[in-house]
Design a protein around this ligand. Structure first.
Ligand SMILES: *[C@@H]1O[C@H](CO)[C@@H](O)[C@H](O)[C@H]1NC(C)=O
Ligand SMILES: *[C@@H]1O[C@H](CO)[C@@H](O)[C@H](O)[C@H]1NC(C)=O
Ligand SMILES: *[C@@H]1O[C@H](CO)[C@@H](O)[C@H](O)[C@H]1NC(C)=O
Ligand SMILES: *[C@@H]1O[C@H](CO)[C@@H](O)[C@H](O)[C@H]1NC(C)=O
Ligand SMILES: *[C@@H]1O[C@H](CO)[C@@H](O)[C@H](O)[C@H]1NC(C)=O
Ligand SMILES: *[C@@H]1O[C@H](CO)[C@@H](O)[C@H](O)[C@H]1NC(C)=O
Ligand SMILES: *[C@@H]1O[C@H](CO)[C@@H](O)[C@H](O)[C@H]1NC(C)=O
Ligand SMILES: [Cu+2]
Length: 623
C-alpha cells in the first residue's frame, strides 16, 4: 500500500532527529500573551457564536488556512508552560497521570492516585464531552490570537475568518480511507516535523499531531519505567529504553487490517443497541446475549491499536495510547475521542428517549468512590459550568449544540427531528454499512451505491442474496461475545479471534488472513490506583463478513446454524496477548468467556432504515 511506503520513508528520514521540540517562532513571546489564568476555568464552548461543524481530520486538511491555524494552535498549546492549567500538559493531565488537582477540585480520600476520567461507567460518553469542549475552547482562543498576528489587512482578515470556521476535527477510524491511504492519516503519523506557513513565513516545526514532547518530563509523577524515561509520547515504541521511536507504519497496518471488524461493530452498535446503560460502557452486567459490545469497548480497541504493543516490536511494550493513565498525552487521543463524541451524538439522534439510568461506579476516579451511584445529575468534575463553581452534569451536556458545534452526519444540525433521524441512518449506511451483509441486500436492490464489499472483494451480490445468504430479506449474523476480568492480567491486553491456523509468532498475526478481529482491554494495574476489583468487561468480534467470504469461496455451505456450528467448531481459535508481547494461557486468564451467538436479521429495504435484529441466541462456548 502506497501510504505504508510513505510511512517508511518518513520514518527513516526523521527518526534520527526526534526528540527536540520545535515551536513556531513568531518573533516575540506569544505565549506570554495567551497565558491568562481564569479561575475557575469555566467550560463554555463557543456558545452564542453559532453552531459550526466539527469535521473529519482529512476533510479539515483540505481547508489550508484553517489547517495552518490548527497546527499552529496545537504547537502553541504544546509550547505553553506545563504549570498552566490550559497548557497541553495541564489539560491532558486531567485524564490520568500526573494525578494532580486541577482547578482546585480536590480528590476524595483514598483516590489521590487516580485521574478524573470515568471508565466502565454510564458517565463514560458524557464525561468526555465537556473535556473535549474545554480543549476546543482553549485551542480556539489560541488560534484567534495567532490569526491576529498576521499583518493587518487582507491577510489578517483571511485568517480571522478561518479561525471562525474552526472546530476540533475527529478521526473516523471506521470509514474506508481514500484509495491508497491508510486508516491512520499521514498528517497524524507521517512525520515528526511539518512545514507551516505562519504569520512570519514558512517554518519547520514539530508536528503537534505526531507526538507531545514533555517540557520537561516529571520523572517523579511518571512513577515507573519506561514512562519516566520516555520524553515524548510514542506509538508502537521500538524499544523499552530511551532509544525508543514510534513505528507509525506498524500502527497504520494494524488499523487497516482491523477496519472491517471496527466498522462492523460500529454498524451493529447503531442497529441493535438501544439501551443507554449497555451502549455507553464496557462493564459486563450480565444483561443478555445481545449487548456485549459498547461504545466504550470499541473505543478501547482503538486505544490499543493506536498505542500498539504486543506484536511486531520485540522487546517493547505498548505506547501511551494503550494505557489509560498516559493515553491523553498523545495528540491522537483527542482526534479519537472527538470521533467517540460524534458516534455518541449520532446514537443520541437515533435514540432520543434513551438516557442515563442510575448505576454504581465500577471503578474509582479522582472524585468518585467505587460503588457510588452515578446518574444524569452527577457532577462531571472538574468541568465548571459557571464562575460560581457549579459543575456540568450529563443532563446539562445532553444537547451538544449548546457548546457551538455539531457534526455533518447528524443531517440537519441541531434539529433532531424525524427527518434528522432518517439522515443519520443514511449516513450510518453510507459510512459503515459497506462491511455488513445488509449492504449486499440493499445493493442487490440497487437502492444504494458505493460502499465496499466484505474484504474488498467484488462479488456477485445478487446471486448471493438469492437463497445462499439471504432468505427473502433475512440473513443470519454471527458474533463472538467476549467477556473477561478487566484486570485479568497485570497489563493491557487483547483477546484475538482466528478462523483457521494461528501463527505462533504474534508478529505474523497481521499478515495472516485467518485473523479476523480482536477486543482490546484497556486496563491498567492496581499500581495506578485504578483498581477495578472483580469487574468484568465485554466486547464482540463479528464473524459474519468472514463467514460470507467462506461461503463465496465455497468452504462453507450457508450461514445456517447446522453448517456454521460445524465449521466454527473446527476452525475458531482465540488467543490472549498482552501489550508486552506475552501470550497468556487462556485457562489462566481470569473470567475469560468467549461464546458464539447469532441472530436472524432483517436487512433494511432502504438506506433510511437500519437492519432489524431478532433475539440473539447462544450456540456454544469456545474452549
Ligand atoms: C512532579 O511530580 C511530583 C509528584 O506528582 C510533584 O509533587 C511535583 O510538584 C512535580 N513537579 C513539577 C515541577 O511539577
Ligand atoms: C516498523 O513496523 C514495520 C511493519 O509495518 C516493520 O517492517 C519495521 O521493521 C518496523 N520498524 C522498526 C524500526 O522497528
Ligand atoms: C436498560 O438496561 C438496564 C440494564 O439491563 C435496565 O436496568 C434498564 O431498565 C434498561 N432500560 C430501558 C429503558 O429499558
Ligand atoms: C454567581 O453568584 C453570584 C453572586 O451570588 C450571582 O449573582 C450570580 O447570578 C451567580 N451566577 C450564576 C451563573 O449562577
Ligand atoms: C426542524 O425540522 C422540522 C421538520 O423538518 C421543521 O419543521 C422545523 O422548522 C425545524 N426546526 C428548526 C429549528 O430548524
Ligand atoms: C488487528 O491488529 C492487531 C494488532 O493489534 C493485529 O495483530 C491483527 O492482526 C490485526 N487484524 C485483525 C483482523 O485483527
Ligand atoms: C441467550 O441464548 C440462550 C441460548 O440460545 C437462550 O436460552 C437465552 O434465552 C438467551 N438470552 C437472552 C436474554 O436472549
Ligand atoms: Cu479514551
Amino acid at each position: 500500500m502506497a501510504t505504508l511506503q510513505l510511512y517508511l520513508v518518513a520514518f527513516t528520514l526523521f527518526c534520527s532527529v526526534l526528540g527536540g521540540f520545535v515551536p513556531y517562532d513568531y518573533g516575540f513571546d506569544i505565549a506570554r500573551h495567551v497565558v491568562r489564568r481564569q479561575s475557575p476555568l469555566v467550560v463554555r464552548g463557543e456558545a452564542g457564536r453559532g453552531v459550526v461543524l466539527r469535521q473529519e481530520v482529512r476533510q479539515l486538511e483540505q481547508d489550508a488556512d484553517v489547517w495552518t491555524l490548527y497546527l499552529l494552535g496545537l504547537n502553541l498549546m504544546q509550547s505553553t508552560d506545563q504549570s498552566v492549567p490550559t497548557s497541553w500538559y495541564g489539560l491532558t493531565g486531567i485524564h490520568g497521570i500526573p494525578h494532580k488537582t486541577w482547578g482546585g477540585v480536590g480528590p476524595v480520600p483514598g483516590s489521590e492516585s487516580t485521574g478524573y476520567c470515568t471508565h466502565s461507567s454510564v458517565l463514560f460518553p458524557t464525561w468526555h464531552r465537556p473535556y473535549l469542549v474545554l480543549y476546543e475552547q482553549t485551542l480556539i482562543s489560541l488560534i484567534e490570537r495567532i490569526a491576529n498576528t498576521w499583518p493587518e489587512g487582507e491577510e489578517r482578515d483571511r485568517y480571522t475568518a478561518a479561525a471562525r470556521r474552526f472546530r476540533i476535527p475527529y478521526w473516523d477510524w471506521a470509514i474506508t480511507p481514500p484509495s491508497g491511504q491508510s486508516v491512520l492519516p499521514l498528517s497524524v503519523g507521517g512525520s515528526a516535523y511539518v512545514n507551516v506557513n505562519g504569520p512570519v513565513g514558512s517554518q519547520r516545526i514539530s508536528n503537534p499531531l505526531y507526538s507531545y514532547t514533555f517540557k520537561p518530563l516529571n520523572a517523579t509523577a511518571f512513577l515507573q519505567r519506561p514512562w519516566n524515561i520516555w520524553t515524548s509520547t510514542l506509538r508502537a515504541p521500538t524499544t523499552n529504553d530511551d532509544t525508543a521511536q514510534s513505528n507509525n507504519s506498524l500502527i497504520a497496518r494494524n488499523l487497516d487490517h482491523n477496519l472491517s471488524s471496527l466498522s462492523q461493530r460500529l454498524y451493529i452498535l447503531f442497529s441493535n443497541y438501544r439501551n443507554y446503560t449497555t451502549f455507553s460502557n464496557n462493564a459486563f452486567i450480565g444483561v443478555d446475549n445481545a449487548s456485549y459490545d459498547s461504545l466504550e469497548s470499541l473505543h478501547d480497541t482503538v486505544h490499543n491499536l493506536a498505542g500498539g504493543g504486543g506484536q511486531g516490536q520485540p522487546n517493547a511494550q505498548g505506547g501511551h495510547m494503550s494505557y489509560i493513565p498516559y493515553s491523553a498525552f498523545d495528540p491522537i487521543f483527542f482526534l479519537h475521542h472527538t470521533n467517540v463524541d460524534r458516534i455518541f451524538a449520532m446514537w443520541q439522534a437515533g435514540n432520543p428517549q434513551a438516557w442515563i439510568q442510575p448505576q454504581p461506579a465500577r471503578m474509582p476516579s479522582y472524585t468518585t468512590y467505587r460503588g457510588q451511584i452515578q446518574d444524569s445529575s452527577t457532577f462531571l468534575t472538574p468541568f465548571f459550568a459557571d464562575e460560581n463553581g457549579s459543575f456540568w452534569t450529563s443532563d446539562g451536556i445532553r444537547d451538544h449544540t449548546r457548546f457551538g458545534y455539531t457534526y455533518a452526519d447528524l443531517g440537519i444540525g441541531p434539529n433532531i427531528s424525524r427527518r434528522a433521524t432518517a439522515n443519520v441512518r443514511k449516513a450510518i449506511n453510507r459510512l459503515y454499512g459497506g462491511s455488513s451483509a445488509a449492504s449486499l441486500f440493499m445493493k442487490a436492490n440497487s437502492r444504494i451505491s458505493g460502499g465496499n464489499q466484505p474484504n474488498g472483494k467484488q462479488t456477485d451480490s445478487s446471486g448471493l442474496t438469492r437463497g445462499v445468504v439471504f432468505t427473502g430479506d433475512r440473513y443470519r449474523e454471527w458474533i463472538v461475545n467476549v467477556r473477561v476480568r478487566k484486570q485479568a492480567i497485570p497489563e493491557p491486553f487483547s483477546v484475538h479471534v482466528f478462523l483457521g491456523d494461528v501463527p505462533s509468532d504474534p508478529q505474523q498475526w497481521s499478515l495472516t488472513k485467518s485473523h479476523i478481529g480482536m477486543v482490546g482491554v484497556f486496563s491498567s494495574d492496581e499500581f495506578y490506583g485504578m483498581s477495578t476489583g472483580q469487574l468484568d468487561v465485554s466486547g464482540t468480534v463479528p464473524l459474519t463478513t468472514s463467514l460470507i467470504n467462506k461461503v463465496i469461496a465455497r468452504e462453507l455451505a450457508s450461514l445456517e446454524p447446522r453448517d456454521v456450528k460445524k465449521y466454527l467448531g473446527a476452525k475458531l481459535c482465540r488467543r490472549v496477548l498482552g501489550v508486552s508481547g506475552k501470550i497468556y494461557d487462556v485457562s489462566q486468564v481470569k473470567g475469560l468467556v468467549t461464546e458464539v451467538v447469532s441472530s436472524v436479521v432483517k436487512a433494511p429495504a432502504t438506506e433510511e432504515e437500519l437492519p432489524e435484529w431478532g433475539r440473539v441466541q447462544s450456540h456454544f462456548q469456545m474452549r
